[in-house]
Design a protein around this ligand. Structure first.
Ligand code: PLP
Length: 426
């Protein structure tokens, strides 16, 4: 792929982009002066699909018009509401029927999955995660260990990147499993690392975990809607995600969960919404599980937090994740090409190969002897110029051009802003 560092080239790429029309289906944010923002933060909270407002309003209308009767008579009846989301999630996750569901939010689903699948037994009592895992994941696994009377100091293994590196090669994970596998009950790994943007070879990790007898679960917060997934074929045991990042379903949106079909008979934590639908309202004391992952539902779903996801998934089903990924590789490749030209002041910590990253690139801003907080100041100055990206302590700016709504021109303009700001803040 060849790029040129010019606005003209960026505009030509946009004109030739068959997916450029999807941008119109999103609300584009504006800054305090009502100027369009340069939004490159879909890895944190994706933009609002315009259709989301209509769908939420329809639920409000049906609630005001029908009250309790909306459970059965709303345009999209509320009792089986999650079914509106299944086809879209199946497309994005590569699940088999019954393996995927929208429910709760990420950390809640993670606790449910750990309660179901972390079964310490004999010497197999440990959990393996990465050093620098997202804080909530670490909190969840340490509290689950403690719940089993296992001291996290002894029973949590955290794998560090090799010295001098920010990323963890898959062979380091394999080596760790070969060494400690007989003691590990469960391995929890991200699809894409939130700080570095490293994308992992998930089937390889699942294989390595299973080879030594571990349960393998994935946190896909930064993967779903970013890269195509084939969770069934990867042979993952479970996976969890949120829907407010690349899935554009809004703040606090309903999350999602995958359980491989071989576990459908395993025990779930039960609640009435996981009961088979046709007899649920008999309210009998005996729990009869619904088919597949629906048995893990527990509570009735938050309709108003699920409606925007319908709008977003319809866009994904239309655009197709494979085509979005092809554009994403070019868009992020253009960003890499342009930022690379800025020299050692802006160093990539995201791995360079396209298979080892998604949309996001994480840039470490070099400090200088007189200004160790330079990175933070560069980030703030970008914000003053209308660039929306984000900051992760101590020195990383995260930027993600999202193929559904970002353009090559925006990527070019970002690199120009960054170049100027680096000159302003030496
Ligand atoms: C990688 C990762 N895991 C877990 C979470 C926690 O998500 P939630 O608040 O939906 O539980 C986030 C949130 O941003 C995340 O990025």
């Amino acid at each position: 792929m060849t790029y040129e560092p010019t606005l003209k080239h960026a505009r030509q790429r946009d004109e030739a982009d068959p997916l450029s029309g999807y941008r119109q289906r999103f609300a584009l944010p504006r800054d305090a002066n009502k100027q369009p923002s340069l939004f490159l933060c879909g890895h944190s909270l994706g933009l609002m699909p315009i259709e989301a407002r209509t769908l939420v309003n329809e639920e409000l209308d049906d609630w005001s018009r029908l009250a309790v009767l909306g459970h059965e008579h709303a345009r999209r009846p509320w009792i089986p509401y999650h079914e509106n989301l299944t086809a879209g999630l199946t497309h994005l996750t590569g699940a088999q029927p019954g393996e995927v569901i929208a429910m709760n939010s990420l950390t809640v689903n993670l606790h449910l999955m750990l309660a179901s699948f972390f079964r310490p037994n004999g010497r197999r009592t440990k959990i393996l995660i990465e050093t620098g895992a997202f804080s909530s994941d670490r909190h969840a696994v340490t509290s689950q260990l403690a719940w089993h009377n296992l001291d996290p100091a002894q029973h949590l293994i955290e794998l560090m990147p090799p010295p001098g590196s920010d990323s963890i090669p898959e062979d380091a994970i394999e080596a760790c499993l070969a060494k400690h596998g007989a003691d590990i009950a469960l391995l929890l790994w991200p699809g894409v690392q939130f700080r570095t943007g490293q994308a992992f070879d998930l089937p390889r990790i699942a294989r390595a975990g299973h080879l030594v007898g571990c349960v393998v679960g994935f946190d896909l917060a930064h993967s779903i809607g970013n890269m195509p997934l084939a969770l069934h074929d990867y042979d993952a045991d479970f996976a969890v995600w949120c829907s407010y990042k690349y899935l554009n379903a809004g703040p606090g949106a309903i999350g999602g969960c995958f359980v491989h079909e071989r576990h459908f008979k395993d025990s779930h934590l039960t609640g009435w919404w996981g009961h088979e639908e046709k007899t649920r309202f008999r309210m009998e004391p005996l729990f009869r599980p619904a088919n597949g992952i629906a048995a893990w539902q527990i509570s009735n779903p938050p309709i108003l937090a699920a409606a925007p996801l319908i709008a977003s998934l319809a866009i994904f089903q239309d655009a197709r994740i494979e085509r979005l990924r092809a554009k994403s590789i070019e868009l992020t490749g253009f960003l890499e090409f342009l930022v690379e030209r800025l020299g050692p002041d802006a160093r990539f910590i995201t791995p360079r190969g396209v298979d080892s990253r998604g949309c996001q690139i994480s840039i470490r801003i070099a400090g200088s002897a007189n200004s160790p907080t330079r990175g933070r100041r560069v980030f703030e100055r970008l914000g003053e110029r209308g660039v929306v990206c984000d900051w992760r302590d101590p020195d990383v700016i995260r930027v993600a051009p999202v193929p559904l709504y970002n353009t090559f021109e925006e990527v070019f303009r970002f690199s120009e802003h960054l170049a100027e700001v680096l000159r302003e803040i030496p």
